[in-house]
Each structure stands twice: as structure tokens, then as C-alpha cells.
Design a binder for this molecule. Structure first.
Ligand code: HAM
Length: 422
């Protein structure tokens, strides 16, 4: 008999830890909703060309990491490696940019990259993302950064850092790129790095090897070669961040792995994670929409890694998520009691209380153990004698305190007990 395992590099979340996963995802998404972003649900796979054109032909994502397959109709399809290109396609296709601007959208879900798996680096990764399209206002860049910061903070995170820079616009970047290439040509770089310098010279600035770091220490930086407009934009983003009380550091060597960025770019970094320290990132993209066949609209957005944010919470010793499966665990002793309690469980659930039942005829001892394991605050025990008295026993598991509740008003009394503050 063969046995199966999940594909390599895919984190799975199951109880009790999955409760933390949901809280991270929902808290980050809620921060976006609070700023007026509406939910968009996108295809998990799209036309391969969309990602090749959108993300950039020279990126690692497109050249090495895409899950591409031919469907039964002979079309080349790719599992989405990121969300921005798909959002753009959908906005263009459905004319969402014909209404009020900016179009503000958020999404969450799985993305796929064939990377070498390691701690915090997965082949199926989860993101919460936002995109604000159609308005080129630095205050919007600051809003996007502040939303992420607010989401992290509401999870209780404090050890993250926000790095920002400007990658310039199409008036200043080409000249800077040529200048940087000229500088890199003069260095004794190895063959592969030389090739990278031709394709994407800014990526060389991000090379982690100490000998390369030393060589590029005096390299020209984009922030020193910004056009007047790009510089003004960047200054305003920073001013708005200060007004919003968002702390950030400037990192003029910040390089992102996707090609569409212009002007503001940023990354959220957490040092508790080892090598995979980026818990989120994003920036502005001026030319993407036009590149994909839409209007000349600029956009700005982020993608926050849910998996890595959960790891960051764990690294900070935070307990995220209620690990209890239920509030009340019903323990029926005998068939009549079972019928009453199974019915009561339905009533309690309808009233908003989380309830489980000791199914399978467990004895009292086994059932009480199961009650403890469920994380419930109360056990609701119903035995023969209780039935005769018309009551059930509501036992608070932590304190051992127990009191009788009338069967006639069971739902109301138990719901009130659950709602009471501990
Ligand atoms: P990204 O930086 O490629 O940006 O991904 C965003 C975040 O997703 C990363 O900071 C990281 O937390 C998480 N992530 C990426 N790859 C992996 C992986 N292999 N394993 C675990 N987590 C990972 C984007 O995807 C852009 N679409 C963000 C954006 C939206 N920019 C503008 N709008």
C-alpha cells in the first residue's frame, strides 16, 4: 500500500494552531476593510502571459518559480505567483476603473512559487493584499503602509520594521540605471553577477555576499538621482507617514523581486525569522496597468505574508487565536439525557454559543477528559437524577465550580453564563 504526503514545501494548518492562522489573516484583512477596501476574489490560475508581462520576464518569479501547465484546451496556464497582475487584469476586464477612483481592493489566499523550501519559504504561500488604483497621491502610499502597520500592531507585533525607498519614475530611472551599470562594469564581478548587472543592475545592490557588498558600497543610489517629481512624491510619502505616527527607516538599497515597481517601495521586516525576514512588501507601480492593456493609471499596494506573520507572532511569544474549539461541552449520561443535550446543543448554537457534545457513549471520566481537551470553559452534564429534577449541571472547568440550571431555560441560562466575563 502506498502512503501519501503533501507536496514539498507546503505548510498545512490544523487545530489548534490553525486558529492563529485565521486570526492573522482576518486581522490583516480587517485593517484593509477599515480603510475602505472592498474584497476581490480572483482565479487561482491565469494565462501565463499575464504573469510574464505583469511581474517581469527577468524576475526569478517568472524565470524559475512559476507553476505552469498546459490545460486540456492547449492553453498555457500558471498558478498565480502573486496578486497584483490578476487584480489589474480583473479591473481592466470588468471596467472597475470606470467608476470612482481610486479603485480600492483587497484579497487573500494562496499563491504559488517553486522556490527552494526552507523555514518561512514555501511553495504555497498565503497573502493578504491590497491595491489602490487610479490615483497617484503620495497620501495613498502612506495609507497603504499604515494599514499594514496597523494590522501587525493589532496582532500584538512590535518587532517589525518598515523600510522604505523610492525607485524613481520613468524620467529618472533609465539614466540612473545606465549610471549604475557603468559603475558595475568597472568591478571584478563574476560571470553570473555580471549577467545580472545587464538584466537588472539594482538587484546586484541587494547581493548578500560580503565581498559584493564591499564592492558596491560606493555605488550610485537611486534616491540621489530622483527626478523633481519623484523626489517630491517621496518627500510627501514620508511626511504623511510621520503625520500618521508610522515609524519607518529609509533603506536606499531596498530591492524588490518584482519588476513593476516605481516611486515608493517598501518592505516589512521582522528579525525573529532568520533568512526569510520579509513579512510583507509592496509599492507603487506606474506602468503596470497600461502594460496589461488598460489605462495609464498608477496604483499602489502591498502583499503581506500570512505564514511569515504567524511565524513572527510565534517568535515574539504571542498567542494568537482562541485555541478552544468550543465554549460548552455537553456530557450526557444515558440515552434520554443524550436526546435532551443534543437538542440543547442545536439551540445553543443557534444562539451563538460554540458547543460540542461527547458523542460515542463515553463514560463520565472519558467525557470530562474530552471536555478539558476541547478547551471549553464549561461542561454541561446531564444525568438520570438531574433529569428527574428538571435541571442540568453547569460546571466551570477551570475552577471546578458547579451549579444547577433549569432544563426549561437551559439555552438562556447557559448563554448568559458564557457571555459573563471571566
Ligand atoms: P512579494 O514581496 O513577492 O510581493 O510578496 C509579499 C510577501 O509574501 C512577502 O513579503 C512574504 O511575506 C510573502 N512571501 C512571498 N514569497 C513567499 C514564500 N515563498 N513563502 C512564504 N511567504 C512568501 C508581492 O507578491 C506583490 N504582489 C505585493 C504587492 C501588491 N505590491 C504591490 N501590490
Amino acid at each position: 500500500m502506498s502512503t501519501f504526503t503533501a507536496p514539498k514545501g507546503i505548510p498545512e494548518y490544523f487545530p489548534p494552531e490553525s486558529a492563529g492562522f485565521l486570526v492573522v489573516r482576518d486581522t490583516l484583512a480587517d485593517a484593509a476593510r477599515r480603510a475602505g477596501y472592498g474584497y476581490i476574489e480572483l482565479p487561482l490560475f491565469e494565462d501565463t502571459t499575464l504573469f510574464a508581462r505583469g511581474v517581469g520576464e527577468s524576475t526569478d518569479v517568472v524565470t524559475k518559480e512559476m507553476y505552469t501547465f498546459t490545460d486540456r484546451g492547449g492553453r498555457s496556464m500558471t498558478l498565480r505567483p502573486e496578486g497584483t497582475a490578476g487584480v489589474m487584469r480583473s479591473v481592466i476586464e470588468h471596467g472597475l476603473d470606470r467608476g470612482q477612483l481610486p479603485v480600492k481592493l483587497y484579497y487573500n489566499g494562496a499563491f504559488f512559487r517553486y522556490e527552494r523550501p526552507q523555514a518561512g519559504r514555501y511553495r504555497q504561500l498565503q497573502q493578504v493584499g491590497v491595491e489602490a488604483i487610479g490615483v497617484d497621491d503620495p497620501a495613498l502610499d502612506a495609507e497603504v503602509i499604515a494599514i499594514a502597520d496597523e494590522g501587525y500592531r493589532r496582532l500584538g507585533l512590535s518587532g517589525h520594521r518598515i523600510e522604505v525607498t523610492s525607485l524613481g519614475d520613468n524620467t529618472c530611472r533609465p539614466a540612473y540605471r545606465a549610471k549604475l551599470q557603468e559603475f558595475l562594469h568597472g568591478l571584478p564581478l563574476d560571470e553570473e553577477t555580471r549577467r545580472r548587472a545587464e538584466l537588472n543592475p539594482m538587484r546586484v545592490l541587494d547581493d548578500k555576499r560580503p565581498e559584493v557588498q564591499e564592492m558596491v558600497a560606493d555605488a550610485p543610489l537611486m534616491v540621489d538621482h530622483l527626478s523633481v517629481a519623484a523626489k517630491e512624491h517621496y518627500e510627501q510619502v514620508k511626511a504623511h507617514l510621520v503625520d500618521l505616527g508610522v515609524q519607518f527607516v529609509e533603506n536606499p538599497r531596498l530591492v524588490r523581486g518584482l519588476d513593476y515597481y516605481t516611486k515608493t517601495t517598501f518592505e516589512f521586516v521582522h528579525d525573529g525569522l532568520g533568512a526569510q525576514s520579509g513579512i510583507g512588501g509592496g509599492g507603487r507601480y506606474d506602468g503596470l496597468m497600461a502594460e496589461l492593456g488598460g489605462q495609464e493609471y498608477s496604483g499602489v499596494g502591498f502583499g503581506l505574508g500570512v505564514d511569515r506573520t504567524l511565524l513572527a507572532c510565534q517568535a515574539e511569544g504571542l498567542t494568537v487565536g482562541d485555541q478552544a474549539r468550543c465554549d460548552v461541552y455537553c456530557v450526557p449520561m444515558g440515552e434520554t439525557a443524550k436526546r435532551r443535550l443534543v437538542a440543547a446543543a442545536g439551540g445553543l448554537r443557534a444562539a451563538g454559543v460554540r458547543v460540542d457534545v461527547a458523542y460515542g457513549g463515553k463514560g463520565l471520566k472519558g467525557a470530562m477528559k474530552a471536555a478539558d481537551r476541547s478547551g471549553a470553559r464549561f461542561a454541561l452534564v446531564l444525568g438520570e437524577r438531574d433529569l428527574e429534577a428538571g435541571t442540568a449541571q453547569l460546571k466551570e472547568l477551570a475552577s471546578g465550580e458547579q451549579r444547577a440550571v433549569a432544563l426549561d431555560s437551559l439555552v438562556d441560562e447557559v448563554r448568559a453564563a458564557v457571555a459573563e466575563r471571566r
